[in-house]
Structure formats: C-alpha cells, structure tokens
Design a protein around this ligand. Structure first.
Ligand code: CS2
Length: 490
C-alpha cells in the first residue's frame, strides 16, 4: 500500500458520496477519553456513539486508543491519521462510514509511562475498557483479583511501568491525585457480570496491594458505572479489506465489519461529565439487561461456537442453517435460560430472542466459531454456569446448558471428531492441554478432570450430582456419536 492510496485526512474529500465521514474539524478535537484495549469491538461500538456526539458539536471527546499488547492496530491506523471505516452488513447490502473520533493510538509496552501520562492529562474524563474477560486478571468463578497473576506481580513490582489494565488505571489515578486533579470515570465495556462492580473490585484490590490509602481513594472517589454492550463484530479479513478499498477508492488497513444492530445500556454515573451519547439507554440498573445479554446472546454464542467447531461449521450463520442446531439454540434460550431471567421493566423478551436468532443467521457477517471459542475458561462462568446454578436451585433440567459445557470440554481437550487438532486459545491453555491428555481414558475421566478447575467451576457446582450427571451424559454422547448426531437426537 502506498501512501497516496491510503485513507487519510487529505483523502476524506475524495471519498465517494455514499461513504459517511467526519464533517467536523478534527484538528479542534481534544482527548476526553482514553480507551484501553483498542480492538475492533470498541471501534465498531463505543467509538461510533462518541463520533456522533462529536459531530453534534462537542469537540471535547476525542479518543486516544491504547493497545496493551500488540502494535498491529497502531501500525495500521497511524499512517491513516487514525481514520478507519465501519462497514455495516446484512443480506441487504453494506454501508460504510469513516470514523474520525480516534486521535491516536499508543502501544503500551513500548512506553508504559507515556500511557500513564496521557491518562493523567487534565482533559481526560473517562477511561474506557474493552480488554476482554482475561484483561481483569481475576479469578472468573469468584470475580476477585488474582494477586498471583503474572501481570499483577509485575505491576506491583513496577508500579510506574505497568502491563495490566488495573495497573495502568491505578498508576494514572495515583498520578492525578498527586497533581490535585479529579479522577476519571472508569467505564468498562466488557462482557462480565456486574462489569462496573467487577472492575471496581479488581482495581481497588490492586490499589490496596500498592497501598491502603490508595485503595480507600479508589473505593471512595472513583466511579465505575456498569454497562451492557452489544454488537457483533467479527474479525476483519483480507477479503473485507479488498472490498472496502473498492468501496472507498483508497485503502484502509484495518476497517471493522459489523451488523446493523447495536445496543448500549449504561448506568448514568459520570461525576466528571460524559459525551451526550444518543441512542444509549441510560438507567440506574443495568443488571437485568446484562444478564439477558450474557445468557441469551453470549451463552448461545459459546454453545454454537463449541458445537460448531466439533461439527465442522466454521461460521455462526452456517451452524444456524442446520435445523437441529437451530432447534437446540431455541430450546436453550426458551426452556432453560429465559426462566432464569428477570426482564427489564416493559421489555419484550420474545422479540429480543427472535431478533437474536436473525442476527445469528446474518449471512453477510461470517462470524467464525473459532473466534468465539477462544478464552472459554473466562467466558463459561457468566454465560453457562450462572444459568446452570439458577436452574439447579429451581430443581429444573439443564440438558441444553450441559451440552454447551460438554462441548467446551470436548473442544478444550484439543482433538476434534476426525482427529484434527484445535488451536485452543485460552489463558489456561496449558492446563487444559494437560488435563485433556491425562484424561484420554474417556469422557468420564475428562469431566472429572476439568471439573477440578475451581477458577472456572467454583467449589460447589462440581459437587452437585445433577450437574455432573448432565455433563457426563452430554460428553459421552458427543464422544460416541459426534455433535451432529447428538443434536439430532435431542
Ligand atoms: C462473542 C461476543 O466472541 C465472543 O465471545 O460472544 O464477542 C459477542 O459477539 C458480543 O458480545 C456481541 O455483543
């Protein structure tokens, strides 16, 4: 890609008229938000809402993005002045918009102190996060910070050169406090239960480990509103890049592809101000929205992902084209998950589920099952095990939920139905591989070994005979008959 053919400020005026673009003065933007974990999801979701608030006339909310690991996003976006395309797709076609809210990208490991300094700048009012479940360095079953997590151990030893999200947040808050500046609001946008409260718990725990007074400051002075975020954003492919280049007439090294649907429910607690986000549902209680989304959408997603990887369905829409899988998803939602939910007041749960099924069927998205399958140890507790606990407390059956758990076990053991090897991406991948190999004796041995992972399953659930029996039965069926025949027989 040569510079002349690249998306940039200079190229904006030459874009085809159908492509939306920033019409405001980008040079007048200030940085009001620092976002940790600048992945495709943030760029297709929160940044789009913020772009609209800026376009409506408020230049205070430009975004500085930070990558906590890799340099690839910065390398793609810096040569194009931080501009990138959001492409919204469904069966009816696609619409492109170039987003201008991103003012720059920093790669934290290259210069951690520069990121801390940027977060401590007076104009910054919000530090938002999409660092994925594992970015909280916590024990997913209990939701508590792991003081023995390697990044936390590192950050306690080097508080001014952190690696982890809690490490950066606390370093910047300490710096602001010392400078007499108000704290920023910490806005988590990850798919965690009670995500604001969880973020507060791990950040405050880390601060306390640094010093008790700092811990009290975080607990007393910093706001951590909860959010429910929703938009399906598959990983961008080279084919997508080629299509976007054709639509724009210039190359975008990292456009993001998404669906028409978007939802953001936010607890309205921003003591230091926030953008006038339109289309966001502000509420005092995010919990019912979040349970609904985590259990219906993400719980179904993970089940589809593991069953799909086993059965050879590479995308969610191709899996949903199988009538047995589609029936299973409906049964999972209707019979087992819905009875565990308390819908938000006035909310149409039936309509929500119908829309979800349509979203899963969107043939234009090509959302890969292997992408959703990653990090299962961090996702299972809130997506499948929470509803299983509620069902067991109601004395109700869990066959569908247990099949999702068993499919994860079969997948996480690393070998597919035709002997193919899965590349299991998970922070606990080494332990999963060890347990998978040691349990070669059969499904019962595999269940027994995986259920020893208390950071995933907790202490109580593995002792529940009903849970063990349901997972054992599902895993035996998957092992003997395969995923497709198991679904057909359900
Ligand atoms: C998916 C989510 O990859 C995954 O685990 O379940 O990223 C999902 O697409 C989003 O939460 C949708 O809002």
């Amino acid at each position: 890609m040569t510079a002349a053919t690249r998306l940039s400020n200079a190229a904006l005026s030459r874009l085809p008229s159908a492509v939306a673009r920033p019409r405001y003065d980008r040079a007048a933007l200030r940085t009001g938000i620092v976002h940790l974990g600048l992945g495709a999801f943030h760029r297709a979701h929160q940044a789009v809402y913020t772009e609209a608030a800026i376009a409506a006339g408020d230049p205070r909310w430009g975004i500085l993005g930070a990558s906590l690991r890799a340099a690839d996003t910065r390398d793609a976006l810096a040569p194009q002045d931080g501009l990138y395309t959001v492409c919204v797709r469904d069966a009816g076609g696609e619409r492109c918009a170039v987003i201008g809210a991103l003012r720059g990208v920093v790669v934290a490991p290259e210069d951690p102190q520069a990121l801390v300094a940027a977060m401590a700048a007076p104009d910054v009012r919000i530090v938002s996060l999409t660092v994925t479940e594992k970015g909280y360095c916590h024990d997913p079953a209990r939701g508590e910070l792991r003081a023995d997590h390697p990044d936390i151990v590192h950050d306690l030893a080097h508080p001014d050169r952190p690696r982890s999200a809690p490490g950066f947040i606390v370093a910047a808050l300490a710096r602001r406090r010392a400078a007499g500046l108000p704290p920023f609001t910490v806005l988590t946008c990850d798919n965690l239960p009670a995500n604001g409260e969880t973020a507060r718990r791990v950040v405050a725990a880390f601060a306390r480990l640094r010093d008790a007074d700092l811990g009290r400051y975080v607990e007393g002075e910093v706001a951590f509103p909860s959010t429910m975020v929703d938009r399906i954003v598959p990983a961008t492919t080279d084919e997508d890049r080629a299509k976007i280049a054709a639509a724009l007439g210039v190359a975008d090294a990292w456009p993001v592809m998404t669906e028409p649907f978007t939802q953001w429910v936010v607890e309205d607690r921003f003591p230091h101000g926030r953008p006038d986000w339109r289309g966001v549902e502000f509420t005092q209680n995010v919990a019912p929205y979040e349970a609904m989304k985590l259990r219906l959408l993400n719980g179904a997603h993970s089940s589809i992902a593991y069953l799909g990887c086993l059965a050879g369905w590479q995308t969610v829409s191709s899996a949903m084209a199988d009538p047995d899988l589609a029936r299973f998803v409906r049964a999972l939602m209707d019979e087992e998950v819905t009875p565990t939910l308390t819908a938000p007041p006035g909310f149409d749960v039936e309509g929500y589920k119908r829309a979800l099924i349509d979203r899963f069927r969107n043939p234009a998205l090509k959302h890969r099952t292997a992408q959703i399958a990653m990090d299962g140890t961090q996702k299972l507790p809130q997506r499948l095990l929470g509803p299983i606990r509620d069902r067991l407390a109601q004395g109700a059956p869990i066959a569908c939920l247990a099949l999702g758990v068993a499919a994860w076990m079969r997948y996480a053991a690393g070998v597919g139905e035709n002997g193919e090897r899965f590349e299991v991406k998970d922070p606990l991948a080494a332990e999963l591989a060890r347990r998978g190999a040691a349990a070669a004796g059969g499904p019962a041995a595999l269940t027994a070994s995986f259920l020893e992972m208390t950071s995933v399953f907790g202490e109580e659930l593995p002792r529940d005979g009903r849970f063990r029996a349901a997972v054992d039965a599902a895993l035996a069926a998957l092992t003997q008959r395969g995923a497709r025949a198991t679904l057909a027989a359900m």
